[in-house]
Design a protein around this ligand. Structure first.
Ligand code: HAM
Length: 431
């Protein structure tokens, strides 16, 4: 019986993973320019970490986490996101002592048991950054600019930011209370989910996707009216700094995010053409989280982007991939010399494919063609006797009989190929 992959868990086959590699490489290079260092985190954590950070009443913790009991009885969870783990590590390794303003990035799988659909999986992958130690709006703007640059480098078109401020511990409780009271008055007009949320997480009724809830909450209390002076000033500076760089954003006072740790700046990155799952990223400030997880009172801000969704909206990736040189031994005695040639070229950085000498030349040539090789080096009986491989120029469809020395070093071989190919190197189409 065939065993298939688990629902919502998928394979990333080479064609797609080449795109992922490009996305990840682009992100790494960019993050280095913004002075973020990589942190690699475990995929399993104690389940309590996520209850204390994302929130006991969040959908993620209530319904979507993969939790299990370890053999010693500890409750573990496959991480549903990266922020909580980064903060745990920041506290656990006392990073705040040596480098309180540390800036990290991470790339890796996350797990949420959501209903799978286009762009939504149970194992998905995030690229995220987290910056600690500063509450100034310059850092919020930096994170937004960094995302804008990444989208630019990945040629993502038709993407925009939605921006809000969730207030702080001084002003948000009043807003929360107002929304809760408002929601209670709505009673049955709210969906069951929202009625349940009123107790633990009332703000979520503001971004419920149900049409009836949207209509019912149209006149809900508006966050901006509740901001304290410090939050108002902070948000206005974030907007100014982001606008100064020409970043397009829409203010959305109903944006509350599904994770409880945010305060002040909260944002999402949306893209056209993705259907219902149109958020390619989300982030914001979480000034109280380090302390809530046992560290000192250190502010922080960050963002995470979904790689699956980025891959769907990014432009064509520039990597050629494939094979540059194909080496075709004809008959077993030719294999050693052919392998030597292939090995030297590979060590010199050329992408080479080589077959077994048992295969006919015809079938090897078909394969070379299929792989898109620029040149094929044929090593048969005569080539062995003369100590030189025959070169087939796959573009010009011409053979140069015994024109490349079998014992030649990679540079000699490549120079010969360049000459035979009329200046083109073995690298596909390059020079
Ligand atoms: P989040 O909004 O839950 O934020 O997730 C960020 C991004 O991960 C989403 O915008 C989406 O692109 C992707 N994503 C989430 N769930 C799925 C899924 N089931 N399938 C595919 N992609 C998905 C966070 O996770 C926060 N930790 C972000 C953050 C970092 N805030 C501060 N620092």
């Amino acid at each position: 019986m065939k065993i298939s992959a688990v629902k919502g868990f998928r394979d990333v086959l080479p064609e797609e993973s080449a795109r992922w590699s490009w996305i990840e490489r682009t992100a790494r290079t960019l993050f280095a320019r913004y002075h973020y260092d990589e942190i690699r985190l475990p995929v399993a954590e104690k389940a309590a970490l996520f209850g204390r950070s994302i929130g006991e009443f969040s959908d993620i913790v209530e319904k979507e986490m993969y939790t299990f009991e370890d053999r010693d009885g500890t409750r573990l969870a496959l991480r549903p996101e990266g922020t909580a783990s980064v903060v745990r590590a920041y506290v656990e390794h006392s990073i705040y002592v040596k480098n309180p303003e540390a800036k990290f990035y991470y790339i890796g799988p996350m797990f949420r048991r959501e209903r799978p659909q286009k762009g939504r999986y149970r194992q998905f992958h995030q690229i995220g950054v987290e910056a600690f130690g500063r509450e100034d709006p310059v850092l919020d703007a930096e994170v937004i600019l960094l995302v804008a640059d990444l989208l630019d480098e990945l040629a993502v078109e038709r993407a925009w930011f939605e921006l809000n401020s969730l207030g702080c511990s001084a002003c948000r409780p009043r807003f929360r209370e107002a929304v809760r009271k408002f929601g209670e008055r709505l009673g049955e007009r709210l969906c069951e989910n929202c009625r349940r949320r009123l107790g633990g997480n009332p703000l979520r009724i503001l971004d419920c996707k149900e049409e009836a809830c949207r209509a019912a909450t149209e006149n809900a209390p508006s966050l901006p009216e509740f901001w304290c002076e410090a939050c108002r000033e902070h948000f206005s500076r974030v907007r100014e700094l982001v606008s100064a760089e020409g970043i397009a954003f829409r203010e959305n006072p109903r944006l509350v995010r599904g994770l409880d740790y945010y305060c002040r700046t909260a944002f999402e990155v949306l893209a056209a053409g993705l259907g219902a799952q149109n958020a390619i990223g989300g982030g914001g400030r979480y000034d109280g989280l380090v302390e809530a997880l046992g560290g000192p009172d250190v502010p922080a801000v960050g963002v995470a982007l979904g790689i699956e969704r980025l891959a769907m909206v990014a432009g064509p990736h520039p990597e050629p991939g494939g094979v540059e040189v194909f080496v075709a031994p004809v008959g077993r005695p030719a294999e050693k010399a052919a392998q030597g040639l292939a090995h030297r070229l590979r060590r010199a950085g050329v992408r080479v494919e080589m077959e077994s000498g048992d295969r006919s030349l015809r079938s090897q040539m078909r394969r070379a063609h299929r792989e898109g090789a620029r040149f094929t080096l044929i090593v048969g009986e005569e080539e062995l006797a003369d100590g030189a491989a025959t070169v087939r120029d796959m573009v010009a469809k011409r053979d140069f009989r015994r024109s490349v020395p079998l014992g030649g070093d990679a540079e000699t071989v490549l120079t010969a190929l360049r000459r035979l190919g009329g200046g083109e190197s073995a690298k596909t189409g390059g020079s």
